[in-house]
Design a protein around this ligand. Structure first.
Ligand SMILES: C[S@@+](CC[C@H](N)C(=O)[O-])C[C@H]1O[C@@H](n2cnc3c(N)ncnc32)[C@H](O)[C@@H]1O
Length: 233
């Protein structure tokens, strides 16, 4: 997209995601989350060995690589050229011929070929402001076939504005102390200040407006949500 009003997604990608040193330590800091639960969610909604899945904001491939071992074809999309380079190397080492890596963002990715059966996005949608989230969710719906499945996980605020100080104080208290091992209180504060996690009660109407039905939702604490959504047939 070249319109002058379009968001510069790379400028909002988070400078650390463009930095080779951060990317090299990313998996350790992230803590190696198990992709099985997400894969099972897709399978519970009918995806299988012939399915086509797109992972948006794929990072180092923590979901895309296990997904390519389970599903027919995976397109891993990330706006950071450095992330995509790291992911390409990893995909080549894994010998996965059915995994394509694409440098593009939520707002610039163009989907070729048949509509996708599933879209996954974890810890990435918060990089863009709410107006753009709504546009991104509509674009995700357009990538999916009718009945297709969106699995979305992110830092999402499940509280009212007046509760922010109390919730964030608890969050900081449980943070990592070594930045190599996890996200520190300073990382969390920077996230709140400079990134665009939104309230649950704003996100859910955006999902509905994009034509999704929320099939499953779970929250961990009042800060992290996982959604399985189905595009209206
Ligand atoms: C915190 S990482 C999450 C990576 C991966 N999904 C995971 O869960 O491990 C956020 C990723 O989103 C990417 N990103 C940031 N803004 C983006 C955008 N507008 N479109 C696509 N990817 C974006 C970053 O480059 C980074 O790789």
């Amino acid at each position: 997209m070249t319109d002058a009003w379009m968001l510069d997604e790379l400028a909002h990608a988070g400078p650390e995601h463009l930095d080779d040193a951060f990317i090299a330590g990313y998996d350790r800091k992230q803590g190696y989350p198990d992709a099985d639960e997400d894969l099972a969610e897709f399978e519970a909604h009918g995806l299988g060995p012939d399915s086509r899945v797109v992972d948006l904001g794929a990072g180092t491939g923590q979901f895309a690589i296990p997904a390519a071992r389970r599903f027919g074809h995976v397109t891993a999309v990330d706006v950071s050229p450095a992330m995509v380079a790291a992911l390409n190397e990893r995909a080549a080492r894994a010998g996965l011929a059915n995994l394509d890596c694409v440098t593009a963002g939520f707002l610039s990715y163009t989907h070729d070929g048949p509509p996708a059966d599933g879209v996954h996005t974890r810890n990435a949608l918060h990089q863009i402001p709410d107006f753009w989230k709504a546009i991104a969710l509509q674009r995700i719906a357009d990538v999916l076939k009718p009945g297709g499945v969106l699995r979305l996980e992110d830092l999402i605020y499940d509280f009212q504005p007046g509760e922010a100080r109390e919730v964030f104080t608890d969050w900081f208290a449980g943070a990592a102390t070594n930045p190599a091992d996890g996200y520190t209180a300073a990382d969390f504060a920077e996230h709140i200040r400079t990134e665009f996690s939104t309230f649950r009660w704003l996100l859910e109407p955006m999902l509905t407006a994009a034509g999704f039905e929320i099939a499953e939702v779970s929250f961990w604490g009042r800060l992290y949500g996982g959604y399985t959504c189905v595009k209206a047939p």
